[in-house]
Design a protein around this ligand. Structure first.
Ligand code: C2E
Ligand code: CA
Ligand code: CA
Length: 740
């Protein structure tokens, strides 16, 4: 809220508003404490029917200090002035009474005029000051005029003190109320707090309404956001539903006029920093005084700042909990939604919807297009669910739903994605994979974070084995995920404890049987002596990133061993090393490769890197740029597991590789199928057209070997030739098989 809209009240039109000080009693109460009855009667006669500041005096007569003490202890009447005799039961009974009034009864406002018949009994100046005595007069001094003047001064000073006291208490209340209010978050809670605090500040019944109008809404109809008293049930309803025409009119006028007004219906106007304006209306069951008005003004200034804070926290909340692109809860926001929904609906489902291959859409088209895809997908999902189900976006291309859905609702959502999407006038086909958790089951997690994790485990599982389908979470999945995490922990330990090592599988020229090199294969033997298959831990290492340091180590070790073999005279030995995509994409990879070759002294041409075929799913230009740098070091490149994955044969002339490594799957079926029509043959011939070498992996028997030779495959490896072995065994194997 800008500073210039701090509340200002316009001309007070209410006739009920009382501009004079609010003092509930219409008289000034004056105590006469004197043991001489004559003083009582003469005082009353002297000041009969005289008004002070518009009010008459009400005399109360007491005849001893003791009597006065008892009266003051019990009475709740506000006493303005005490005319007090000094000498009564004792010589200083009056002075003692003053001490009691000030120090024990803590009556600080009442003004005291001391009177004494004997001048010798006049108190010291010091005493007068200490006891806050207003005046000291000897009885002869108190003529009618003297008495009038003394009373007038005392009453004025009492009334001023009383006013100060009321203001002080009012301000104290404002500070207190503001502190209480500052603890309330959200526009509704804050507004309700404000109404209640204003009522309590003014001491009127809790009866009021707050409404908000957003100017960008069409129509810009005000809504009731807080209410106390009769209309408390109208929260979140349009102002038009308010059955009290006068209040409705007052609020409308307040919002239209942009000004606050005081009266029987007090309306207060606040402008928020965005396009919202707030109007509060309080009905007072008593007249409001000048002081009320001043306090209200001060309090409203504080409320204005409060509304500003509410607006700011709302903005912060929005940033923290709302997805800026789609305006639905983000991951943090969705976690809160889960908690809320869990309490509301039982049973319910948590569904993660992941758009398949979204990163490819983003990469091949552009990010704006990707945004449009997300928007359209969001709308489609939203149109399929009822209002009890909440949609959020928990990561880039992953939506989440939670609510009282059924399994068939989930099926419908997956099905709905099979309909083409119309984006910027183009048709786009999408598919989604889903992970679902049923909430409230005996095995189901409780915390939002855990539930999302479980749904994610199911999603990951579906991504891997049931793309485009739904996978329901069950406890075995969590167990498997936990096992994977434990395995990864073990791998980290094994790597730092140097428990990883390499085996080498010889590769030969098929036609001659001549050894040409070996493939380095990673091995992990756990402390219990059990080998853990690379197919199990390599994907984990890739997902977690630990493949980067491990891969570097593999490359260096394999190069060292290759160099050793070179030194033993096997000049053409070629070491093949598997390199993950993550490694290739590592910006330091080329530099690392260069320095490993340099350190180990292995010439580049004695090294080959094996990349899996799925590399073509990545940006082909980027991959080729990298491969060019690899080639510049003399290192050759083989496309591993060829034929299994994504690459269409037409990509072969686009990607800069030297060798195709025909996947094991095609070798094992070589015997059953007619060799002539077999895919292995097709691959070999195509490779020849593109001037690529071919190598077969997984040769397990002589028939396969002969079939490969007959189709013209250049090289091969497999158990029939040799199993993977450690470096010492390899050295011996080479010596034994120079004539293979
Ligand atoms: P790959 O690159 O396809 O490696 C060949 C796999 O086939 C090896 O399995 C090897 O032991 C096995 N093999 C060799 N001859 C035969 C045969 O005649 N019959 C059968 N059935 N299998 C045979 P391994 O060692 O279990 O490796 C599995 C996969 O792990 C490798 O597949 C490779 O993708 C990955 N891998 C192994 N070492 C590394 C490494 O250092 N770095 C990276 N990034 N991946 C590696
Ligand atoms: Ca390989
Ligand atoms: Ca392979």
């Amino acid at each position: 809220m800008s500073k210039d809209v701090l509340v200002s009240f316009i001309g007070d039109t209410s006739s009920q508003c009382n501009d004079t000080l609010d003092i509930p009693n219409e008289v000034w109460n004056v105590l006469i404490v004197d043991d001489d009855p004559l003083v009582h009667s003469s005082t009353r006669i002297a000041i009969q029917n005289v008004q002070f500041e518009g009010r008459l005096l009400n005399f109360i007569s007491l005849y001893s200090a003791k009597e006065a003490e008892q009266f003051l202890e019990k009475s709740e009447l506000p006493i303005a002035v005490i005319l007090l005799d000094v000498v009564m039961e004792s010589d200083d009974a009056g002075l003692k009474l003053v001490s009691t009034i000030r120090d024990i009864f803590q009556l600080k406002l009442v003004r005291i005029i001391l009177r004494t018949g004997q001048p010798g009994y006049a108190p010291e100046i010091e005493t007068i000051k200490n006891l806050d005595i207003n005046d000291y007069k000897s009885k002869p001094e108190l003529t009618r005029n003297g008495l009038y003047t003394a009373l007038a001064v005392a009453i004025r000073s009492y009334s001023q003190l009383q006013q100060l006291e009321q203001t002080r208490r009012g301000l104290e209340k404002i500070v207190e109320a503001s502190c209480d209010l500052s603890r309330l978050h959200g526009l509704n809670a804050y507004s309700e707090g404000a109404v209640l605090q204003i009522c309590s500040l003014l001491g009127v019944a809790e009866e009021g309404l707050v409404c908000v109008r957003r100017h960008s809404d069409n129509p810009a109809e005000p809504f009731i956001i807080a209410a106390a008293g009769t209309y408390a049930n109208l929260i979140n309803q349009p102002l038009n539903n308010l059955p009290c025409p006068s209040m409705r009119k007052a609020l409308d006028e307040c919002l239209d006029g942009g000004e606050s007004r005081i009266g029987e219906l007090t309306t207060l106007y606040f402008k928020l920093s965005d396009d919202r304006t707030v109007a509060a209306c309080i009905r007072s069951d008593r007249e409001l005084s000048m002081l009320d008005k001043q306090l209200l003004q001060a309090f409203c200034a504080s409320i204005s700042i409060g509304f500003d804070n509410v607006y700011m926290t709302e903005r912060l909340e929005e940033e923290a909990y709302v997805d800026p692109l789609l305006g639905i809860p983000n991951r943090n926001g969705f976690e809160r939604v889960i908690v809320r929904q869990q309490q509301r609906f039982r049973p319910s489902l948590l569904l993660l919807i992941d758009i398949d291959d979204f990163s490819a859409i983003n990469a091949t088209l552009d990010q704006h297009y990707g945004d449009d895809v997300l928007r359209t997908a969001c709308q489609r999902v939203q149109s399929l669910v009822n209002e009890s189900t909440v949609l959020g976006r928990v990561s880039g291309d992953c939506f989440a739903l939670i609510g009282p859905m059924t399994e068939s609702d989930c099926d419908d959502i997956v099905q709905a994605f099979h309909e083409p999407f119309e984006i910027n006038g183009n048709k786009l086909l999408l598919s989604v994979t889903c992970g679902v958790v049923k909430l409230g089951g005996s095995h189901s997690a409780v915390s939002a974070n855990e539930l999302l994790k479980d749904a994610n485990i199911a999603l990951k599982q579906a991504k891997e084995f049931n793309r485009g389908k739904i996978r329901y979470f069950d406890a075995s999945l969590r167990k498997a995920a936990e096992n994977r995490i434990a395995l990864l922990g073990g791998l980290r330990e094994a790597f730092s404890a140097r428990q990883l090592f390499l085996h080498y599988q010889p590769q030969i020229e098929l036609a001659t049987g001549r050894l040409i090199g070996a493939e380095a294969l990673l091995r992990w033997c756990n402390p219990a002596g059990k080998f853990i298959p690379p197919d199990l831990f390599i994907p984990l290492a890739e997902q977690s990133g630990i493949i980067l340091p491990i891969g570097t180590w593999v490359l260096r070790t394999a190069c060292l061993h290759a160099k050793k073999l070179l030194n033993q005279g096997h000049k053409d030995f070629r070491m093949a090393v598997n390199v993950s995509h993550a490694q290739l994409r590592d910006p330091e990879f080329i530099e690392q490769l260069r320095s490993i070759l340099f350190e180990t002294g292995l010439p580049g041409r004695n090294l080959e890197i094996e990349l899996t075929e799925s590399i073509v799913a990545e940006d082909i230009n980027l991959v080729n740029q990298l491969l060019k740098q690899v080639h510049a070091l003399g290192v050759t490149v083989a496309l591993d597991d060829f034929g299994t994955g994504y690459s269409s044969l037409s990509l072969l002339n686009k990607i800069a590789v030297d060798r195709l490594k025909i996947d094991r799957a095609f070798i094992s079926t070589l015997e059953q199928d007619a060799v002539d029509s077999h895919l292995a043959k097709v691959i070999v011939h195509l490779a020849k057209d593109f001037h690529l070498m071919t190598i077969a992996e997984g040769i397990e028997n002589d028939r396969q070997l002969q079939a490969l030779i007959s189709v013209g495959c250049d090289e091969g490896q497999g158990y029939f030739i040799a199993r993977p072995m450690d470096i010492d065994a390899l050295e011996r194997w080479i010596l034994d098989h120079t004539d293979f």
